[in-house]
Every structure is written in C-alpha cells, then in structure tokens.
Design a binder for this molecule. Structure first.
Ligand code: AMP
Length: 146
C-alpha cells in the first residue's frame, strides 16, 4: 500500500478549513508523515492604472492581508507543531502556488477541501479542481458538506 511521507495541507482560512486540517493531521499520524502548510494570498485587488489613490489603497489592503494571514498561519503551525520552515505563505494564484510548492518540497499527498472560499454550492471549487488537474502527486479533496 502507498505510504505517504510528506503531506501538504492547503488552507484558505475559511470556515471549511477544520475538516481539511483534521483529515491531514490524522493521515500524518497514520503514515508517520511530515506536514507542511500553505496559504496563498490570492485576492489582491486590481485598481485602474493611473489612479494613484486607489493604487495606494490596494497596497495597504495587501499589506493588511499578508500580515493577518501570516499570524493565522503561525497560530495554526503552533497548534499542529509544524516547524516554521514547513509553513509557507505565498502570493499569486492558489492553484499554481500549491502545485509548485508540492513539486519543490517533494510532497507526495496534497490535502485540500472539495470547496472553500470560491466553491460554495459546487461539487468541486476552482482551486480544488485546478490542483486535481495539475498536481503530479496524489491529491485528497476532503468532501465539505454545505
Ligand atoms: P476552492 O476550490 O477555492 O473553493 O477551495 C478548495 C480548497 O482549496 C480549500 O478548502 C483549501 O484547501 C484550498 N485553497 C483555496 N484557496 C486557497 C488559498 N488561497 N491558499 C491555500 N489553499 C487554498
């Protein structure tokens, strides 16, 4: 039977995270695997070029988001006893960043929610769908019930 050594837990800090976290930690115990955690800051606003005031508001909002999610990530890492070097906050498209990190860190299982922030009402959200299509390792999409 396939044994996993390094599991990547992807969190979007929505209400759906708890089942995903529980499944990833249970699997890590079962396989005596390491856990890494990723959160991607994705929802950056895009202002019209030329409107300096809006651009500076975008910048401030981005800084606030980065700061807030960095704290949430540290708190989760502490709760799960995951060391800092296995905690990743990235910026960009969640699908690309999750898939890229999985390859860089030789992850053999990615654990995500079937839907989170973007997929409410769908069987599979856009991030879950993209990761399932593009990841080179196994992906577990934990079924989230609405
Ligand atoms: P979605 O398909 O966007 O509704 O989200 C499905 C799952 O993808 C979530 O439950 C998370 O596990 C993961 N995910 C979504 N957005 C992010 C993000 N920004 N950073 C890390 N993981 C994410």
């Amino acid at each position: 039977m396939q044994s996993y050594r390094h599991i990547l837990l992807a969190v979007d800090f929505s209400d759906t995270d708890s089942s995903v976290i529980e499944r990833a930690t249970n699997l890590a115990k079962q396989y005596e695997a390491e856990i890494s955690i990723i959160h991607v800051v994705d929802n950056l606003p895009v202002s019209e070029p030329g409107y300096d005031v809006l651009n500076s508001l975008d910048f401030e909002l981005t800084e606030v988001l980065i700061d807030k999610t960095k704290k949430q990530l540290s708190a989760l890492a502490e709760e799960l006893s995951v060391p800092e070097e296995r905690c990743h906050q990235r910026m960009g498209r969640p699908v690309s960043e999750v898939v890229a990190l999985a390859e860089e860190e030789q992850i053999d299982l990615i654990v995500i929610g079937s839907h989170g922030r973007h997929g409410l009402g769908l069987l599979l959200g856009s991030t879950a769908n993209g990761v399932l299509h593009h990841a080179k390792c196994d992906v577990l999409a934990v079924r989230i019930y609405d």
